[in-house]
Design a protein around this ligand. Structure first.
Ligand code: DGT
Ligand code: CA
Ligand code: CA
Ligand code: ZN
Length: 584
């Protein structure tokens, strides 16, 4: 319920504008500070209230940054940021969504061509003006042209990872409001869709107006879009948050209705009609003896509405988990009593894909291990990047460095006093042909091998599937990391024949990953479902680069649930002994 992420975003925006303005070095100082603030366990607004010195306790935050943080928390804006925006009136958040366009490019194109919006960028790229700018070529121009449409389209939905924390903030705020008996997130967030259109929040209360009044005064809200007697809409950081207030006896009905999906609800309503019932956001009503069932919303005898369970029970159905309410067979499964017993957050016993400061992580092996022990994990794999295609700036480890890391892992093992098993692994790179960038003998010696595509992500479906099949068939590969390589709202990633890939992976004894990083969620739920239907095992990994990021595991678990995965489908829900036999 803190404002850390919001403050971090402001500092990152400042960093981007500085970089666009041609400033060197300083932008990265701001980005590093932003990241540390985002991951800091204490609420930044509490530290800001204590003063700049308290904010400076956070790693990487000096006096220039702390004063901006305090200014932002107190006034809602940063003066210097406003000045920069005036000097450089570019829509930087949107322009940098185009893959290949960073802040520097935005600055250069503004200086040369006065480009400030996506439409202007598209026009310049189409007219061949960009290739004429110093430092740009025809290749860059055609890349920009190709990626604009995706950026435009991507803009319309928010990533779950950005929206869920906002929704949780809203809940925390509302639960403290007088007269609120219950508050829940509904809509696509409750279904854990990877992107969301808007945030839907539901409150049970007898005093709708009081709750609406408090909601529109929520300090985090930047605009009020509408405010009625029982509903309101506000905007925060560009995301719309809709509130509905209902009476407690109808809370379950409203929660069921507004969780959706629409397709799921339509199927339920049809079952209701066939039984002489009326199902809507107010409840389930017996209308078999009612002359005109359409006379009103609450006609007939109420038989359900207070809880969501009661809504399903009124149709003789078990509660369907929100993640699979997509109208893709779950209602039939509920009717037949064959709903899956979905994997749960508490089932996870370890993480098989994580990084340390040996590659591009921000913490030592020991610090990451402590964080894993704190989560109560049974096992934990360190899989730093190997050098190879897609690794830039010396991030990846050479074979020699990986061998050296074995000693460091060994000494970290000596410091463990829980029953955590520390595994030594690598995240090696799959080149365009499906070959790996690490020596075979070395791979055979490691405990865990994650192989991931990091380059050549524009291949066609056949080529890409052939390539990854080759990688999963390598005898040492245990997990195929983020299989498509997509970045939500930034890069589409590989188009794969997942059925064929999953069959090959099942035969080879290689798991397919659900990368839990909310920027990836790769495989996404629908594809994970195809994968397990074809016999593949799923590994849900965080790909953490810092101790705090081990917490994103929940995004992965709920994505697995969207993929109908049960505990037995998820490799890292297995015991350490079962895991070991899979790895061999
Ligand atoms: P989003 O916001 O685009 O990510 O997706 P949702 O699913 O959150 O959709 P939203 O916010 O438009 O509406 C929330 C839920 O309300 C939706 O999942 C199902 C329910 N709902 C909205 N409109 C209709 C409708 O016309 N018919 C039915 N049966 N349900 C609806
Ligand atoms: Ca919604
Ligand atoms: Ca909505
Ligand atoms: Zn990784």
């Amino acid at each position: 319920m803190s404002r850390n992420a919001e403050v971090a975003r402001q500092l990152e925006l400042f960093a981007d504008l500085l970089e666009a303005d041609g400033v060197e070095y300083k932008p990265n100082v701001y980005r590093r500070a932003a990241e540390n603030i985002r991951e800091h366990p204490e609420p930044i607004e509490a530290l800001a209230a204590e003063g700049e010195a308290a904010v400076e306790e956070i790693d990487g935050v000096g006096d220039a940054i702390s004063s901006k943080v305090v200014e932002y928390v107190e006034t809602g804006e940063i003066g210097e940021l406003g000045e920069l925006r005036e000097a450089l009136p570019v829509d930087i958040e949107v322009l940098t969504r185009v893959e290949g366009v960073g802040p520097k490019t935005v600055g250069a194109l503004y200086d040369a061509l006065g480009i400030t919006t996506l439409d202007e960028l598209e026009e310049a790229a189409t007219d061949g003006k960009i290739q004429e700018v110093k430092g740009f070529g025809t290749k860059t121009e055609s890349n920009i042209r190709e990626n604009i449409e995706f950026a435009r389209h991507a803009k319309e939905r928010e990533r779950l990872g950005d929206a869920l924390p906002l929704a949780e903030d809203a809940l925390g705020y509302l639960r403290d409001v007088d007269g609120v008996e219950a508050a829940q997130i509904a809509g696509s967030i409750r279904r854990w869709r990877d992107t969301i259109g808007d945030v839907d929040v539901l409150v049970a209360s007898e005093s709708g107006e009081r709750v609406v009044d408090a909601f529109v005064e929520w300090p985090a809200a930047t605009d009020v879009i509408e405010a009625g007697e029982h509903k309101a809409g506000v905007r925060i950081d560009g995301v719309r948050v809709d509130l509905r207030v209902v009476i407690p006896e109808e809370f379950g009905a409203a929660l069921q209705y507004f969780t959706g999906s629409k397709d799921h609800n339509v199927e339920l309503r049809n079952i209701a009609i066939s039984r002489g019932l009326k199902m809507n956001e107010y409840g389930v009503f017996d209308v078999s003896d009612v002359e005109d069932p359409d006379a009103g919303q609450r006609v007939g005898e109420r038989i359900a509405g207070e809880t969501e369970e009661s809504m399903y029970a009124a149709l003789d159905l078990p509660l369907v988990p929100p993640e699979i309410r997509e109208g893709t067979g779950e209602v039939d499964a509920a009717r037949e009593g064959s709903l899956p017993n979905l994997v749960e957050e508490g089932d996870v016993r370890g993480d098989l894909h994580t990084h340390t400061d040996w590659s591009d992580g921000r913490a030592s092996i020991e610090e990451m291990v402590v964080a894993a022990e704190r989560r109560g994990y049974d096992y934990y794999a360190v899989t730093d990047h190997a050098t190879g295609p897609g690794m830039v700036g010396g991030v990846g480890l050479s074979d020699a460095e990986l061998r050296e890391q074995t000693d460091a892992i060994e000494s970290a093992r000596a410091g463990i006093d829980s029953n955590l098993t520390l595994l030594h692994g690598v995240e090696t790179n799959i080149d365009a042909d499906g070959d790996l960038s690490t020596d075979d003998d070395l791979l055979a010696d490691l405990d865990v091998v994650v192989a991931s595509p990091h380059a050549a992500l524009g291949q066609d479906r056949e080529t890409a599937t052939d390539r990854l099949v080759r990688a999963v068939e390598h005898p040492s590969v245990d997990v195929l990391g983020h299989p498509t390589g997509r970045l939500i709202n930034q890069r589409e990633g590989l188009d794969l024949d997942v059925a064929r890939l999953a069959s090959a992976a099942a035969d080879a004894g290689t798991a397919l990953e659900i990368n839990a990083d909310p920027a990836r969620l790769d495989l996404r739920g629908e594809l994970a479902r195809v994968a397990i239907e074809h016999g593949a095992t799923i590994a849900v990994d965080t790909d953490a680069h810092a101790p705090g990021t081990l917490d994103v595991i929940r995004y992965g678990v709920h994505t697995a649930r969207r993929g109908w995965c049960e505990e037995a489908d998820v490799l890292n829900a297995w015991t350490v002994d079962d895991l070991r036999s899979f790895l061999h």
